[in-house]
Design a protein around this ligand. Structure first.
Ligand code: GTP
Ligand code: MG
Ligand code: ZN
Length: 275
């Protein structure tokens, strides 16, 4: 598995894996149909969630989906807003960053132009490199957001090979098709296409609330534990929040994601998720 530490026996022209060390953590999914756990990588210190400021369009629901996995795997995440050199007019990086401030630090990046000067956030490329020091990080993000380009940029040319695929991108084709770990001297990066599935059908609905640590304190104040947090829900803690207040807007939009995920999880009966 990518990220594993193994003992190898080296002979004249063969290398044999003798033993695999115990994993600190695993990046996994459950395959509901086969009732099997599928591990894609191991020993990951941090998730790099990459979102594009231009195309593919930034979606709160998507970043929240990746952050949900971060909670499930118990691996801390950061969010990278890439392509800031050509950010869409309606992309509000400050709102997006503030909205996630209790969950994950955000960075303002242009992988295409490493000299890009950050304009909105305290965190740019230098801070990202500093953050990554000594860590093994795994990329998450849609096709075309710039993960491979970012690796090239962060590796200071050590990962030249990866940029070869630049010639054939543009249509959002799945250019990276294998999982690999890239040693960038001060840190290691894993670009893995296998973990990008957006489906969350395998998640445990009982854990969902706790995977939203920013809104969990409010949820626990709702009068009923099975509160649906709708505008007509009796005793709901969210109905008393003033939506004109920007802090409440962050909470309510995160709540929106939680409600959507819950609806999605309800589609798969829990008996199917016993492994
Ligand atoms: N303008 C601009 N373009 C970028 C930036 N980063 C990447 N791109 C371009 O976006 C396209 C996709 O970049 P990739 O690095 O291949 O994207 P990826 O996330 O690795 O995509 P997959 O391997 O398909 O998952 C390429 O044409 C890049 O040159 C950026 O910061 N600014
Ligand atoms: Mg790629
Ligand atoms: Zn409620």
């Amino acid at each position: 598995m990518v990220g594993d530490y193994v003992e190898v026996k080296i002979e004249a022209n063969a290398c044999t894996i003798m033993e695999c060390q115990k994993r600190q953590n695993e990046i996994f999914r459950f395959i509901v149909r086969e009732r099997k756990k599928k591990v894609t990588a191991s020993n990951v210190d941090c998730l790099l969630i990459v979102m594009a400021a231009s195309k593919p369009e930034y979606k709160e629901g998507l970043v929240d989906r990746y952050l949900l996995r971060s909670q499930q795997w118990n691996v801390p995440a950061i969010v990278i807003f890439n392509k800031m050199d050509e950010a869409a007019d309606d992309f509000d990086i400050q709102f997006a960053t503030e909205r996630l401030k209790k969950i994950a630090p955000c960075f303002e990046i242009s992988a295409k132009n490493p000299d890009y000067k950050k304009r909105f956030l305290g965190n740019g490329l230098n801070e990202l490199k500093e953050y990554l020091k000594g860590k093994t990080a795994l990329f998450l993000g849609q096709s075309g957001v710039g993960k491979s380009r970012l690796i090239t940029c962060l590796s200071d040319g050590k990962a030249e090979l990866l940029s070869n695929d630049l010639a054939k991108v543009g249509k959002g084709a799945h250019t990276t098709t294998w999982a690999e770990i890239i040693d960038c001297h001060h840190f290691e990066l894993i670009d893995s296409p296998g973990v990008r599935s957006m489906a969350i059908e395998d998640m445990d609905i009982e854990s969902l609330n706790s995977y939203f640590p920013d809104i969990f304190p409010y949820i626990s104040q709702c009068q009923f534990s099975n509160c649906l947090h709708e505008s007509n829900s009796k005793g709901c803690a969210f109905t008393t929040l003033d939506p004109g207040n920007v802090e409440n807007q962050y909470l309510l939009s995160r709540l929106n994601s939680l409600k959507r995920f819950r609806e999605e999880l309800e589609l798969t009966p829990s008996w199917q998720k016993k492994y």
